[in-house]
Design a binder for this molecule. Structure first.
Ligand SMILES: [Zn+2]
Length: 337
């Protein structure tokens, strides 16, 4: 008999005395095994993982045979209601203007801290402290490919990344945790008995079938890796593209296409993560100076890591997504596998 999910809430009391009740599902197989936490939307504009979790719940209800899962689709409920990354942000303010409200830097939270740290503390107490594995679902802008962020010094994180079937793996050597505060992934990966990966399901603001399917496959594959679901992880179609541990080699395998002049960049209908062949058309510029069409071709065969003209703050404002290119702007980059 498949176990049904039960609904529970992590309850935080905010500085003004009001409560945030974060809903989560718990599914217990009744048998020994890992305790697997999947959370999404620590940043309120990163919503693809919410739907991944809704669908992963159905998978677990049908087949969980060992261990238990805790599923938190709305990790930062106040930021979702605010429709921005953090509750502290106004229009076009960068993620880094967090004023201490970047939930991703607050783990394991603080019951006496600011309102965001209080919410993360409530989730830590109700969910994370019971868990041995963690999948943290985020999204970055559409101009950088969907990728797994994993820690090379934690064997569980390493195994999860290689089971994820997400094309790009960005390895982090561990030890460093820049920007102050701890991500939930670092909190898990600093303990050799636990492990975590983060998956950035590009892009933000929207929920798309392709990335939801990739996220669901990653969560399902991890559960299979842990022996919680029957079957082998579904493999990636083609090779992983890995980087982060060999700066020189990474540089040699990354081929950048930059605008030689100013103009409007017109994409050729591709998306990040797409396979491209050397010389394949990637798009063209309508050149500012003389309105000439300047066509661009892939500088190498590989997978699109960056695609489209963008600049700083493309994740929080439309001007940063504008296809007007200045000379020297990055238009695309291809990583060799
Ligand atoms: Zn995020």
């Amino acid at each position: 008999m498949a176990p049904a999910a039960t609904l529970d809430h992590a309850v935080a009391t905010l500085t003004d005395g009001s409560e945030v009740r974060t809903p989560f599902w718990h599914i217990d197989s009744g048998r020994a095994g890992e305790s697997f936490m999947v959370l999404a939307a620590q940043h309120g504009n990163e919503v693809q993982g919410c739907e991944v979790i809704r669908r992963f719940r159905e998978v677990c209800e049908q087949g969980l045979r060992a261990g238990e899962v805790f599923l938190v689709p709305f990790a930062n409920l106040p930021a979702l209601r605010h429709r921005r990354s953090h509750i502290s942000l106004g229009p076009e303010q960068s993620y880094s203007d967090d004023a201490g409200h970047n939930m991703n830097r607050t783990w394991p939270g603080d019951p006496e801290g600011n309102d965001t740290a209080r919410v993360s503390h409530s989730i830590y107490e109700a969910v994370a402290r019971h868990c041995s594995r963690c999948l943290d679902l985020h999204s970055w802008s559409r101009f950088t490919a969907t990728a797994t962020l994993a820690r090379s010094d934690n064997e569980h994180s390493t195994a999860m990344a290689r089971a994820s079937a997400i094309r790009f793996i960005s390895w982090r050597p561990g030890g460093g945790n820049t920007g102050g505060g701890t991500t939930i992934g670092a909190h898990f990966n600093n303990d050799p008995a636990r492990g975590a990966i983060t998956i950035e399901l590009a892009p933000q603001w929207v929920i798309r079938p392709k990335e939801v399917a990739e996220g669901l496959r990653a969560a399902t594959n991890c559960a299979k890796l842990f022996g919680m679901l029957d079957g082998d992880p579904e493999p990636l179609d083609g090779p992983y593209v890995e980087f982060g541990l060999d700066a020189e080699g990474d540089e040699a395998r990354l081929h950048k296409l930059e605008a030689p002049c100013a103009g409007l960049f017109v994409e050729a209908g591709l998306q990040t993560s797409d396979r491209v062949e050397a010389d394949q058309v990637l798009g063209h510029l309508i050149r500012e100076e003389d309105l000439a069409t300047v066509e661009f071709h892939a500088p190498a065969a590989g997978y699109l890591w960056n695609y489209g003209c963008f600049r700083e703050h493309s994740d929080v404002g439309l001007p940063g997504q504008h296809p007007w290119a200045d000379a020297g702007d990055l238009l695309a980059s291809v990583r060799e596998s």
